[in-house]
Design a protein. Structure first.
Length: 273
């Protein structure tokens, strides 16, 4: 039993070390030598050499003409096989279905545009007869409006938030928040708890909760939301949904390559730190 345990630990350690090697490669360093990898990982050159031989046999790395190493063909094959999501929508759809089934309400994915606006990419509708249904797919929407807009804006760089808060801020519903000080306070709370809430702020009779999705760089790329009629969305239920949406959104972030460290750096910048 002890021998089996030692072998298992050794196997896990080998996987950890192989992953550490793969993480050394990137757009700026597409090729590395054994000594480079040893310095970057803190492993001995003999250990790196042994691991590279096994990784090369499995297609995880390949040897270049000058006897250096680069990412192998298996990584590229997996990336193009369809098993790895091609983008935000593909990564989000299975999660949206589970979120809809979990909450009973319509779940949607929203993308941040380079223009600083957002669009609804897709939705999985509630089975309730009275339900929220998005109709404005692809239509640019202002960020401060609704929970999805606030969830995105709260995690953008602090300077960008300040630009938006200087206005003008359009009041599209009686409950729309246009006070920049109130919005700034909400952004800080959104960053703290990980999700945003909106009660009839963009669409009459509709309440929503939303949480950010981060890309591989750690920057906010979009968000997931759950929304439904006001009569089924008291504050207590929205807060319960908020935690679920935040967990779901992070699972999508991980599929897109986000890490906690990169997310935390982006969040700190959003808070002006």
């Amino acid at each position: 039993m002890q021998e089996r345990g030692r072998k298992a630990r050794g196997s896990v350690q080998s996987i950890d070390r192989a992953v550490a090697i793969l993480k050394c490669f990137g757009a700026r360093v597409p090729e590395l030598g054994i000594s480079d990898l040893a310095r970057a990982t803190g492993l001995s050159t003999s250990t790196v050499h042994r691991l590279l031989l096994a990784m090369q046999e499995n297609g995880l790395v390949r040897q270049t003409a000058d006897r250096r190493y680069a990412i192998g063909p298996l990584v590229a094959q997996l990336a193009h096989s369809g098993g790895i999501p091609a983008g935000l929508r593909d990564a989000a759809l299975p999660v949206l279905r589970a979120l809809r089934d979990d909450t009973g309400e319509t779940a949607a994915v929203h993308e941040l545009l380079p223009s600083g606006q957002r669009v609804v990419l897709d939705q999985v509708e509630s089975h309730h007869q009275l339900r929220r249904t998005y109709t404005e797919f692809g239509l640019p929407l202002a960020l401060p409006l609704g929970a999805p807009g606030k969830a995105l804006l709260a995690f953008l760089p602090f300077e960008r938030q300040q630009e938006v808060l200087k206005g003008p801020l359009e009041k599209v519903q009686p409950a729309t928040i246009t006070d920049p000080d109130v919005l700034a306070e909400q952004f800080a709370e959104i960053r703290r708890r990980g999700y945003a809430m909106s009660r009839t702020e963009r669409t009459a009779g509709i309440c929503s909760v939303a949480a950010p999705v981060f890309g591989h760089s750690g920057a906010v790329a979009g968000c997931l939301s759950v929304s439904g009629p006001e009569l089924r969305m008291p504050v207590e239920r929205m807060e319960e949904f908020g935690m679920r949406v935040a967990e779901a959104a992070w699972s999508v972030s991980e599929l897109l390559g986000a890490t906690p460290a990169a997310r935390d750096r982006s969040t700190a910048l959003a808070g002006g730190r």
